[in-house]
Design a protein around this ligand. Structure first.
Ligand code: GLU
Length: 311
């Protein structure tokens, strides 16, 4: 029997701040890519770290998506509701790989000699990997550990739809990584893999800052027997003056929508990303028909000048 998977894409924002035009552009491209294949578009709110993710930001994101017609084809998933699913994934990983408690402090992890990762973190030295049960019990008396997964000395490679070939040796370039934080919150890497797997996601569109996370996610997908989706990491989005947008209230996409109608915003964003050649108001349907990955800008995306005042 041939198992045909329905093309399924998703937009998975972290509501730790207001949604800016770069976030909407990511949602728009995720939507257009999957809809142009006749597939399903899903929205998932990545509010794992509940104290850092106020409800007002989630609502703002959902309002903005709604105003632009970027509707989810299934009920919105909130990661803050899914700890049980992550626990199941953690147990499954525990059967197939070594998971161990790590008591290292931030200062120890960021010691001057620790090799740096491209995403700003450090390569984990494996300091807690071989603690005995007794050592772990003693350390537990004073400190709560996080949980790490041991990675193999193996290179994980994939072809990104925009960046092309990308590979990473997990042991050298990342080290054993955290799947559950010391406060009990599951780590992004585990949650995203469990959620994408359960929702049948076939393509992931997200910012280029997450390119270097992808090998870790592929490693977890393989351990959990989940299919590896296609990946498209879209470049940094900045305003006409070259300023990178931030999740502050000033850059809130709601301001853009107060100033311009939905088709003007959609057309402006689509044109800046190369999806349409001429800047003009454009409907979502027309953009879906025109969408082709080969036109999408591969370096910096610069928003139209006329949006500047409203960013
Ligand atoms: N939640 C992440 C963010 O807002 C995106 C995660 C993903 O798309 O995998 O940057």
């Amino acid at each position: 029997m041939i198992n045909v998977r329905i093309p399924t894409g998703r937009f998975a924002p972290t509501p730790s701040g207001y949604m800016h035009a770069g976030n909407i552009l990511c949602a728009l491209i995720a939507y257009l890519s999957v809809k142009s294949k006749g597939g399903r578009f899903l929205v998932r709110i990545e509010d794992l770290d509940a104290p850092r993710c106020p409800r007002s930001c989630s609502l703002e994101i959902l309002n903005v998506l709604d105003a632009l017609g970027l509707k989810s084809d299934a009920p919105t998933v909130f990661q803050s509701d899914r700890a049980d699913a992550y626990k199941i994934a953690e147990s499954a990983l525990g059967e197939r790989a070594k998971l161990y408690p790590c008591f290292c402090t931030r200062a120890e992890l960021h010691a001057a000699h620790a090799p740096r990762l491209t995403d700003g973190g450090t390569v984990y030295s494996g300091a807690c990997k071989d603690l005995t049960a007794q050592q772990a019990a003693e350390l537990s008396a004073t400190r709560k550990p996080c949980v790490r997964i041991e990675v193999p000395d193996r290179t994980i490679a994939f072809v990104d739809g925009l960046y092309g070939e990308y590979s990473q040796n997990l042991a050298d370039e990342c080290g054993d990584f955290i799947i559950k934080r010391s406060d009990g919150i599951y780590a992004y890497q585990l949650a995203v893999v469990a959620d994408d797997g359960e929702s049948g996601v076939t393509e992931v569109v997200r910012g280029a800052d997450l390119l270097s996370s992808t090998p870790r996610q592929i490693f977890l997908q393989r351990l959990l027997d989940l299919p590896v989706p296609e990946y498209y990491h879209i470049p940094l989005v900045c305003d006409a003056d070259g300023r990178k947008l931030s999740k502050s209230q000033n850059d809130s996409a709601e301001r853009l929508l107060n100033e311009f109608d939905a088709e003007t915003v959609l057309g402006g964003l689509a044109c800046s990303a190369g999806i349409i050649p001429v800047l003009r108001p454009t409907s979502l349907d027309e953009l879906t028909q025109k969408f082709d990955w080969k036109n999408v800008v591969r370096d910096r995306i610069v928003l139209p000048e006329k949006f500047s005042a409203a960013l």
